[in-house]
Design a binder for this molecule. Structure first.
Ligand code: FES
Ligand SMILES: [Fe+2]
Length: 321
């Protein structure tokens, strides 16, 4: 076992993009085959994709009203998973129901959760707003645990070694508040040979969504990072990047070509490390490493441990804990 903790923490995870769910969409995440379908009322539901009758794959079924009809014997299930009709039988067996998942459709994405998380997926006002570009979509399938990418945000020691930072980040700070944490970092980065002072603020909302606000000499942008566990091996990582429009369409065009390419190349530097590293429960940390253990304690709430409720703002001047 590569990791001591479950690969499926309790959080909202992005399982599709809104424009992909027209009627029925099967997806494989969280070690399960899930069925997403959009009812006549426009709302998306998520259920298990296997019919409890004789095991047909419901992704071959059709949406009826706000429910789904099985392609095999025509049993109908409502959006809450209950069987509402069997075409050839009056009495519906009480156990005839589909496993259901909580769903939120926010920011052009479909998020699901097992159970009922105690927090909501925040809406990011800039998505679809005038004055902001459409999202540029990046995607990776990476062999790791979803926590690796989260620890990466506070792993100060790797920024200049793995990424294009000229020096160790300046004025880093971390605030932890229940299901959220926010890390702010300033740095000088090289982009296409130009040095740019960049301020990055990343807020994680549970383990499935990070919203990054990035302000540099050249560009203002927002990143929506959604890492979703596929199974006990792989994580599906999506990054949407939105640029604030300037008064110069040519500059905006060049930015939209250059920056996503630069981010993709930068991200690629982390991937072989994530895919091949071991997860040490007691890493040998030193001053300057960043608050990796603090983030691990924050993450424990999604593995069933009580949340860290108190808000705290700390400067990260060199503690490993
Ligand atoms: S397998 Fe679904 S209705 Fe029979
Ligand atoms: Fe990294």
């Amino acid at each position: 076992m590569r990791y001591p903790m479950t690969h499926y923490p309790e959080s909202w995870f992005r399982v599709a993009f809104s424009d992909e769910v027209k009627d029925v969409l099967p997806v494989s995440y969280l070690g399960k085959k899930l069925l997403l379908f959009r009812g006549d009322d426009g709302r998306v539901r998520a259920t298990s994709a296997t019919c409890p009758h004789l095991g047909a794959d419901l992704s071959g079924g059709r949406v009826v009203g706000n429910g789904i009809e099985c392609p095999f014997h025509g049993w109908k299930f409502d959006g809450g998973g209950a069987c509402t009709e069997i075409p050839y039988c009056e009495r519906i067996p009480p156990k005839a129901r589909l496993e259901t998942f909580s769903v939120r459709e926010v920011n052009g994405m479909i998020f699901v959760a097992e159970g009922d998380p105690k927090f909501e997926v925040p809406s990011v006002a800039e998505v679809g707003a005038r004055g902001w570009s459409r999202p540029h979509r990046l995607r990776w399938k990476i062999r790791m645990h979803v926590q690796e990418i989260i620890e990466n945000a506070v792993d100060l020691g790797h920024f200049s070694h793995v990424h294009a930072y000229r020096e160790y980040p300046k004025n880093p700070s971390l605030s932890v508040d229940g299901h959220r944490f926010r890390v702010s970092i300033e740095s000088d980065r090289r982009v296409l040979g130009l040095v740019s002072n960049t301020a990055v603020e990343i807020t994680y909302h549970g383990m499935g969504l990070a919203v990054a606000r990035i302000h540099s000499n050249y560009v203002d942008m927002i990143g929506l990072l959604t890492p979703t566990p596929i199974d006990e091996e792989y994580v599906d990582v999506s990054l949407w990047i939105l640029f604030k429009k300037t008064r110069n369409p040519l500059l905006d065009f060049v930015t939209s070509l250059v920056v996503p390419r630069d981010i993709r190349a930068d991200f690629a530097n982390d991937i072989p490390i994530w895919e091949n590293k071991a997860y040490l429960t007691k890493p040998l940390l030193c001053g300057g490493d960043g608050p990796i253990m603090k983030i691990r304690r924050w993450a424990e709430q999604f593995y069933g441990a009580p949340a860290i409720r108190s808000a705290s703002l700390v400067s990260l001047g060199g503690t490993g804990g």
